[in-house]
Design a protein around this ligand. Structure first.
Ligand SMILES: [Zn+2]
Length: 218
């Protein structure tokens, strides 16, 4: 599952060691999307683990360069003011990596090269936060969604929405998709929550979309 910033690799190895997990025993690295707090040390990890990468095709050019796809907006001015200075310091760059022939690439909604992928659930394309966002919905209803949803105290009136959004309509479509099969949403940022929360939010979308448009196009 997603990893972390490039400079956290040594800490990651320590934590693995304390859990008696050997990176070489990991078969797959699933990246929900290409952002640096999810893919930062992917290159090092893949070299040292020999795991196969699972990623969406739209991530490939950004992973290759080790940069963010910056097309999109912060949810509102408040979030922008909070995160822009941080963004400038971090700059979101990380060592780039190329997909290899053994890696598993999702193209649109279709997984290529995945015949031997034994997964107790399904991988679905959930764009909106980024154009490459993918999620896993396990058969027990637990869903790993990366940044397709967040749960950070309604910070800046976001409430379950990611701080950064590339396409708000795509995002809501992805939420609708998650409702089929998902029971508990596990976001990358914040605590797990029931999928019903997304349903409730979707029921008031029209009003909020108007607010979003007013706030975002300043
Ligand atoms: Zn992200």
């Amino acid at each position: 599952m997603d990893i972390y910033y490039y400079h956290r690799y040594d800490q990651f190895l320590k934590e693995f060691k304390s859990e008696k997990i050997i990176p070489g025993e990991i078969s797959y690295l699933f990246l929900t999307h290409h952002h640096d707090d999810h893919a930062g040390f992917a290159k090092r990890f893949l070299i040292n683990s020999q795991a196969r990468l699972i990623v969406h095709n739209n991530a490939i050019p950004f992973l290759k360069m080790g940069i963010h796809d910056n097309r999109g907006k912060y949810w509102n001015k408040w979030i922008q003011q909070m995160l822009d200075p941080l963004s400038k310091i971090i700059n979101h760059k990380y060592p780039g990596l190329k997909a290899r022939k053994e890696d598993i690439i999702l193209e649109g909604n279709v997984l290529k090269n995945s015949l031997d992928l034994r997964l107790d659930g399904k991988i679905i394309f959930t764009p909106g936060h980024s154009s490459d966002s993918i999620s896993i919905v396990f058969n027990d209803g637990n869903a790993i969604v990366g940044d397709v949803a967040m749960n950070l105290f309604n910070l800046g009136e976001t409430k379950y929405r990611p701080f950064f959004i590339q396409d708000i309509n795509e995002l809501y479509r992805s939420w609708r998709k998650l409702r089929f099969g998902a029971r508990i949403i596990f976001p990358a940022h914040g605590k797990p929550f029931a999928v019903d929360k997304l349903s409730k939010k979707l029921s008031v979308i029209k009003k909020e979309e108007l607010i979003f448009k007013q706030e975002i196009f300043f």
